[in-house]
Write a protein that binds this ligand. Structure first.
Ligand code: PMP
Length: 301
């Protein structure tokens, strides 16, 4: 734990953790020779705290470990220590509910992509009040199919939560260009993969369907939560390949993600999904997710 004088905390603006200490955002500086910046060499996790508790913290820490392992990156801080740091960030920035971005870069090194000379990975922690990606819309968003494809499962970076997020950026550009709130990306085979920063589910004939990791999706933690909550509620939830046709004829479509939370999609490709209103399965999931995170309670629902 870091000893930050109370008087200093009270007068502070937002702080971020960088280079072993909490610094005001304006003073946070990263070297231009950090390989995270130069080569996208690093990993990250995004989490949310609800009522000061990090939601699904073990799962997020595990995924961080797995991402780091794929890159041969040594995490400077882990487990309990990470949890303490997040706790400090929540207190310092006076937040109960927060979006938490944990970034580990390869650190400073000579020019050239070889990570070997980079001896000091950098841990960056942003703990900030960020609302859900698409707001709290129960009436849903407008989505369309993107021409951008997720990386094939046999590509080096598929499924790793790394600092390489160009596919996501291209997907967002596509959404902006088409004038929709979000897009859905296909995998390299032409099956449905996911949205730029969220997993996708559909409901067909009352069955909840979602693509499997073999589509090169990020194995979302909110996806797993949604899967379990709906299964426990007695719904049939199945992982399988989905075609663009499945999206077009779905009774319901929804997205899941840490930043996005649970997002109903009420228009897809210019047509209403189902009757264009919040569907019954998505509605149940929104309620269950609200209860699981404590959000519903705090919002007085
Ligand atoms: N897919 C991608 C590509 C993402 O970046 C994210 C956000 N982490 C997700 C899906 C959703 O995953 P999670 O529920 O773990 O946030």
């Amino acid at each position: 734990m870091h000893n930050i004088p109370v008087a200093k905390v009270l007068e502070t603006a937002e702080h971020v953790y960088l280079n072993g200490e909490w610094v005001p955002v304006e003073q946070a500086r990263l070297s231009v020779f950090d390989h995270g910046f130069l080569y996208g060499d690093g990993v990250y996790e995004s989490m949310r705290a609800y009522g000061k508790q990090v939601f699904m913290s073990d799962q997020h820490f595990d995924r961080l470990e797995r991402s780091a392992r794929c890159l041969g990156l040594k995490l400077p801080v882990r487990g309990e220590q990470l949890m303490d740091l997040i706790g400090e960030g929540l207190s310092l920035n006076r937040l109960n509910d927060a979006y938490i971005r944990l970034v580990v870069t390869r650190g400073v090194g000579p020019m050239g992509p070889d990570p070997a000379p980079c001896q000091n990975p950098q841990l960056i922690l942003i703990v900030r009040d960020i609302p859900p990606l698409h707001g709290q819309k129960r009436d849903g968003i407008r989505a369309a199919l993107s021409s951008v494809r997720r990386c094939a499962v046999d590509s080096a970076t598929a499924q790793i939560k790394s600092l390489n997020y160009l596919v996501t950026v291209l997907g967002k550009l596509d959404a902006n260009r088409m004038g929709v709130d979000d897009v859905i990306l296909l995998d390299s085979r032409g099956f449905v993969a996911e949205a730029p920063v969220a997993n996708v589910f559909i409901v067909r004939n009352g069955i909840v369907l979602t693509p499997a990791p073999s589509s090169g999706i990020l194995e979302g933690i909110t996806r797993r939560v949604a899967f379990d909550l709906l299964s426990e509620a007695g719904l049939q939830v199945v992982e399988r390949d989905l075609t663009p046709y499945d999206l077009s004829v779905a009774e319901e479509i929804f997205l899941t993600g840490t930043h996005a939370e649970i997002v109903p999609v009420c228009e897809y490709g210019g047509y209403p999904v189902g009757n264009g209103m919040l569907g019954p399965v998505t509605s149940i999931l929104l309620d269950l997710f609200g209860a699981a995170t404590g959000k519903g309670k705090r919002n007085g629902a």
